[in-house]
Structures are given as structure tokens and as C-alpha cells.
Design a binder for this molecule. Structure first.
Ligand SMILES: NC(=O)c1ccc[n+]([C@@H]2O[C@H](COP(=O)([O-])OP(=O)(O)OC[C@H]3O[C@@H](n4cnc5c(N)ncnc54)[C@H](O)[C@@H]3O)[C@@H](O)[C@H]2O)c1
Ligand SMILES: O=P(O)(O)OC[C@@H](O)[C@@H](O)[C@H](O)[C@H](O)CO
Length: 498
């Protein structure tokens, strides 16, 4: 795609002209994660702000894992420049906007060039660290301190900060502001705790930890935008011939975007996103944003993936257009989930309306198989709290929430085939289930031992509901729950949809 390499300089103040008259600004943001989401969300936001003359920095992007180098290599080959197409409905009207995002001025593979990565610690103008490493990226695992690539994302941050502390003698104004985008409650705080843990493991001095906690900020944030990545090849080719260039990093996203950040509004002076007209909220309470998103939008996705796949449905929009299932999603959100949330029903219904409009976006082909990945842990966080609300009050769990659990169990009726876990949909077609291997093995074992007659299936359902390692609690103990699931089973396997 790109003719010439951007020759950006890591050091502040040294700006060089590069590709197509783009001026590479000083690197003020370190980005951990080269995936679709950050490119369709945070990078795009910074790009918009810079286009308006408000944000004056640029981004150094690095990959968080040693495996899967294709994207970082493509990014390097394209000088960090890529195309984003935003498509969808805005106030009921279709929109399609293409932009060439050029905010990335450095592409660094820490596994190939550790020294270049760690040199960022000494950069005077570095101010922010933005990340998306999936929920799996913000976890603690004991690790050795080496002077070559550190494996984990938090480990890398601990070392980078330590080097920064040494470089600047613990200067207060050289602390960094972390904005993690991982969909994890208290993502900032969790990242900070793990970074501190590494600093203890590796024997860094107490003074460093004082600087770390006093002069660095780890802000909790909540992101919301559906970024669907590279489009179907036919669409991509049509665009390429229209634009007269090809772009393997082409990404598509919906117009809707929200970034809620737990921090004072004055931070927008340093990171002018709200000022640039973006839907960014600086707030002291993230919970309302978090809960409504996870418990409504993500929950609806997590509900529809297994059920939709079992019915042979491929995309979210098709699911919403399905006479029975589309209605079931809406019923569940409006009448079963919203009443469990501690917020105004009007506000929640208004949010749900925007979600249904987003799900019906005619330009976005959001695959249920993508959403269905890791459904076990997603169900636990996104749907189970709504079910628990009823169970804890001794109430019967409503029909569509039951269907969500039952559909999930049916979807995980799997067997190991050629090293993969396969299930069969209602039409007899096969699909592959991707999830935590240990849980999959346990579930596959239960299903393999099941005798498949009526009575035995009831026992199997109970056995699955009792898997505390998967659900965190024993769901078999919920009064009447196993029976409700069984009723769904008879209805659906008997041919009815539900
Ligand atoms: N795509 C969306 O619409 C969207 C919206 C909001 C949040 N998210 C979150 O983003 C994540 C998926 O990101 P994407 O859509 O950019 O997909 P992607 O596959 O393009 O990128 C995934 C990124 O996560 C990194 N990663 C994966 N596993 C990791 C691990 N174990 N440790 C460290 N890093 C790891 C990859 O290197 C890559 O940078 C999911 O966790 C999802 O919840 C996605
Ligand atoms: O990205 P996942 O796989 O964690 O969850 C699937 C979707 O629910 C999710 O990607 C939403 O589309 C996104 O969270 C919207 O902001």
C-alpha cells in the first residue's frame, strides 16, 4: 500500500516528513496490541483529534505476544497506515465513511527488537499507554526478569516503568497514564496490582513502587464499539478497485463508539478526545456504563451465539431478523435483564434501543462464531448475574434466560475430533467450539459418557450445571432450574424453536 517508509523519530521534537506529507509527530502514546479493535477505536479517535489540530502526538504500536506475527509485520510493511471504513445507521440513516488512519508512527516487535522497545522508557514525551490484550492479557503468572523480551504484558510494563524511573530519577512528571481497553472490570486497577506484584517479585526498590503508585495513573476504562475487522473479500475487492490501492489491514467498524474513562475531565486537555467531539466520558463512576454494556449488549451477544449457531444462523443481524429468535433477544433484554439492573428502566430501554439498532446494522456482518469464542467465561460474567438475581430472590428464572443457559449446554454437547472440539447443530451440521481447553475436556467427557436416553440426559444436565469450576457456583442447587432447562430441551429437540 505505502510507497515510502515513515521515518519517524522516537525522540520528542525531532519530526521528520514521511509518507504522503504525513508529519510523524512525537510518540506520546505506547500501544500494546496490534489487533482490529484498537485500530478501529483508540487509534481512530487519536487520528480524528489530530486531524482537528488538537492532539499533537503519535502512537508506537507493539504486539503483546510472541506468536501470531502476521499483523505486526503487515503494519510495519504499511508504515502503520491503514484504512478504516465506518458503516452503519445513524439516526436511522445509512452512513459509510472511509478514512486513512496515520496516527501510528512506530511499529515495534519487542520479540525481534527488545532494545528498541525498551528505549521507549527513556522517551521524554511518552505520556500514555493504551492496551487491548484480551482479558487473558491482564493476568499474573510468575515470570523471570530477563534483559530480553519479558513474556507478559504487565511484566513488560513493570520493567519499562522501572527503566523509566531509573532514566528520569523518579521525576514526578515522567509518570505514565495507562488506559487499558480490556473488557475487564477495574482493568486499570488490576493492571496496576499485577505490575506491583512483578516489581516485588523482581526485587525493585521501595522508592520505585512509591513513584509507580504516586506518579503513574492506571485508569479504569470501558470501551464500546463493534469493530468487525477485515470485511468479506468481495466487499474488500470492490473498495480496493474504487480506491486504487489494496490494504490487508483494512478494518470496518460501526459508527457508534463510547469510551468511558474513570478520571477527571481535565485529562481531556492532555488527551483531547471529548473536545474533538468524540463520545468520550471522563467520570468518577464507571459502573453504570459497565453494567449496562456487559449485562445488555454483551449479554445479548453471548445469548445469541450458541442458539444462533445451533439454528444454522451466521450473523447477528440475521438473528435479529429471525421472527422467533430476534423477538426472544428483545424480550430477554427488556423484560428479563433490565428489571435486574439498579438503574432507570427508561434509560436502560433507551440504551437497549440503540443496541438493537446496532445489531441490525445492514453493513456489519458480525459472525456468531467469533462472538461464540470463550462462551463459558463470557456467560459467567455477562448472563449469569441476571439469572442469579432471580435465583437469589427464590424466584423462577424467566424463560429466555433459561433458554440462554440451555442453549449454551446444548452448544457444548461436544466431542474431540482431530484435536478440535466439535458439536452438531439442529440440522446435523458440525461446528467447532473454541474455549478454555480444561473446561472443554471436562464437558466433552461428560457428554461422551452420557447415554442419550431421556432419563440419562436429565442427569447429564444436572452434572453440567454442577460444574463449579466453570460457573463459579453450583447451578444444580438452584431450585427448579435443571427442570426448566430440561423443559427447554424437550421443546427444542422436539422440533420447536425457543
Ligand atoms: N472487536 C470488537 O468489536 C471489540 C469491542 C470491544 C472489545 N473487544 C475486545 O477485544 C478483544 C479482541 O480484540 P480484537 O477484536 O482486536 O481482535 P484481534 O484478534 O484483532 O486482536 C486481539 C489482540 O489481543 C492480543 N492477544 C490475544 N490473546 C492474548 C493473550 N493471551 N495475551 C496477550 N495478548 C493477547 C493479540 O495479540 C491482539 O493484539 C476481545 O477481548 C474483546 O472483548 C473487541
Ligand atoms: O469481543 P468479545 O468476544 O469479548 O465479545 C463479543 C461481543 O459481545 C463484543 O465484541 C462486542 O461487540 C463489543 O464489546 C462491543 O463494544
Amino acid at each position: 500500500m505505502m510507497a515510502e517508509r515513515l521515518n519517524a523519530n522516537l525522540l520528542c521534537g525531532e519530526q521528520k516528513r514521511g509518507f504522503d506529507d504525513v508529519v510523524a509527530s512525537p510518540v506520546t502514546v505506547l500501544q500494546i496490541g496490534e489487533g482490529n479493535f484498537l485500530r478501529g477505536f483508540a487509534d481512530w479517535m487519536l487520528h480524528v483529534s489530530r486531524e482537528q489540530g488538537m492532539f499533537h502526538g503519535s502512537v508506537a504500536v507493539t504486539q503483546p505476544r510472541a506468536t501470531g506475527k502476521a499483523k505486526i509485520e503487515e503494519l510495519a510493511a504499511q508504515d502503520g497506515i491503514y484504512t478504516l471504513v465506518i458503516r452503519g445507521l445513524e439516526n436511522g440513516m445509512p452512513v459509510e465513511r472511509q478514512s486513512v488512519v496515520s496516527i501510528i508512527s512506530q511499529v515495534i516487535d519487542p520479540y525481534e527488537d527488545w532494545n528498541r522497545f525498551i528505549a521507549l522508557a527513556e522517551s521524554d514525551c511518552l505520556r500514555f499507554v493504551i492496551s487491548n490484550t484480551t482479558e487473558a492479557g491482564i493476568t499474573y503468572k510468575q515470570e523471570q526478569l530477563t534483559d530480553s523480551p519479558i513474556a507478559s504484558f504487565p511484566g513488560k510494563m513493570a520493567y519499562l516503568l522501572y527503566r523509566r524511573y531509573l532514566s528520569f530519577g523518579g521525576a514526578a512528571d515522567k509518570g505514565l497514564i495507562f488506559l487499558p481497553c480490556e473488557l475487564l472490570e477495574n482493568n486499570g486497577q488490576t493492571l496496576r496490582d499485577i505490575v506491583i506484584q512483578y516489581s516485588l517479585d523482581w526485587g525493585f526498590p521501595e522508592d520505585f513502587r512509591a513513584w509507580l503508585t504516586r506518579d503513574n495513573r492506571f485508569l479504569n476504562t470501558l470501551v464500546d464499539r463493534i469493530v468487525t475487522g477485515y470485511p468479506e473479500e468481495e466487499q474488500a475487492q470492490a473498495w480496493f478497485s474504487e480506491w486504487s490501492y489494496t490494504d490487508r489491514l483494512l478494518t470496518t467498524a460501526e459508527p457508534y463508539h463510547l469510551w468511558a474513562i474513570q478520571g477527571e475531565e481535565s485529562l481531556d486537555e492532555q488527551l483531547p478526545l471529548q473536545k474533538a467531539g468524540l463520545n468520550v466520558h471522563w467520570t468518577n463512576d464507571l459502573r453504570p456504563y459497565q453494567q449496562r454494556k456487559v449485562r445488555i449488549l454483551n449479554a445479548a451477544h453471548t445469548w445469541m451465539a450458541p442458539i444462533g449457531i445451533l439454528h444454522g444462523i451466521e450473523h447477528v443481524r440475521e438473528m435479529m431478523e429471525h421472527q422467533v429468535l430476534g423477538q426472544a433477544v428483545k424480550t430477554m433484554v427488556r423484560f428479563e435483564i433490565i428489571p435486574t439492573l439498579p438503574y432507570s428502566v427508561e434509560e436502560m430501554n433507551a440504551y437497549a434501543d440503540t443496541v438493537f439498532e446496532r445489531f441490525s446494522n445492514p453493513f456489519i456482518h458480525h459472525r456468531l462464531t467469533d462472538i461464540g469464542m470463550n462462551s463459558l467465561s463470557k456467560f459467567k460474567v455477562r448472563l449469569l448475574p441476571s439469572l442469579s438475581h432471580y435465583a437469589d430472590l427464590g424466584l423462577q428464572i424467566p424463560e429466555e434466560l433459561v433458554a440462554g443457559m440451555a442453549g449454551l449446554l446444548r452448544y457444548y454437547d461436544i466431542a474431540q475430533v482431530n484435536g478440535q472440539f466439535e458439536g452438531r447443530d439442529f440440522q446435523g451440521g458440525t461446528y467447532v467450539v473454541r474455549d478454555d481447553t480444561e473446561s472443554l475436556m471436562r464437558i466433552a467427557e461428560i457428554w461422551t459418557n452420557a447415554k442419550r436416553n431421556r432419563e440419562d440426559l436429565q442427569i447429564t444436565i444436572k452434572e453440567l450445571l454442577a460444574l463449579k469450576t466453570v460457573w463459579g457456583i453450583n447451578l444444580e442447587e438452584w431450585n427448579g432450574f435443571a427442570d426448566s432447562i430440561w423443559n427447554w430441551w424437550i421443546k427444542v429437540e422436539g422440533g420447536d424453536e425457543g
